[in-house]
Design a protein around this ligand. Sequence first.
Ligand code: PSU
Ligand code: MN
Length: 307
Amino acid sequence: MSVRVADEVREALATGRAVVALESTIVAHGLPRPENLEVARRLEATVRGAGAVPATVGVIDGALVVGLSDAELTRLAESADVAKVSRRDLPIVIARGGLGATTVAATMIGAARAGIATFATGGIGGVHRGFELTLDVSADLPELARESVCVVCAGAKSILDLPRTMELLETLGVPVLGWRTTELPAFFSRTSGLSLDHRVESASEVAAILRAKWSLGLGGGALVAVPPPAESALDPHELEAAIGTAVRDADARGIRGKALTPHLLAALREATHGRSLEANVALVIQNARVATEIARALADLPASAPR
Ligand code: PSU
Ligand code: MN
């Protein structure tokens, strides 16, 4: 069996308790050591503290694991060569018995197979700047159209082409809900200049929208976009120059494909010194809290309601 669901997660799901999925690419490739492991543990503790069971997803010795143990989480955070696993990579890493960190796309697949409907992350992948030449569009976007999982994020980083990312989400039929906002957040900053058509005020509102979507037979996910905490948010104008430089540098050095996102993240971290890391940690923790509220609201829906 290539999917392994942790006992605690399986029992929680069987008894109708709230469960929140978490990804591992952010741990292995998105955050520097040793903070990555600390953040991964804090995320799980946040979900627990808010009243749900956390299920971090990753590939361990060829199994797609939903609900990593602390030892497994440590392996992903500390090992030197952890594969970055998206939809296309899953069968290969599994067949070869490998170790891998799952992207938003692959984490959605794991969550969906286990029956988890809520997932918290930092930012999703999207349409890259210059995609008209490279066709670089993250596999996260089509996955959002495919798997019935609600993804709670802080929008996406402006290393991406955010207007085109929004267009593609619309085409794919993915609802994007602004969490107490009518503007798409851009991960480090609360603003992107892009307005959202739908604002939600509460977790029960999100749960009602998900129920309506899924009971209509409209499979696929939804995005809840949560603005990062104001105290640690960064100035978008300041970021723009650093992003421009990082994108041009990656292009000049021929960095593309799955290496591009981790490269841009690292370049941005350097350009902003420690402040981007602090902002990053604060926002994922907040997203884990919001996702837990949503998971609890979904678990509280009458049992007859389809999920
Ligand atoms: N964006 C971030 N931080 C991240 C990622 C994206 O701000 O850690 C990770 C997520 O795991 C996401 C993946 O699913 O990068 C997207 O990679 P790609 O663009 O190669 O699809
Ligand atoms: Mn890509």
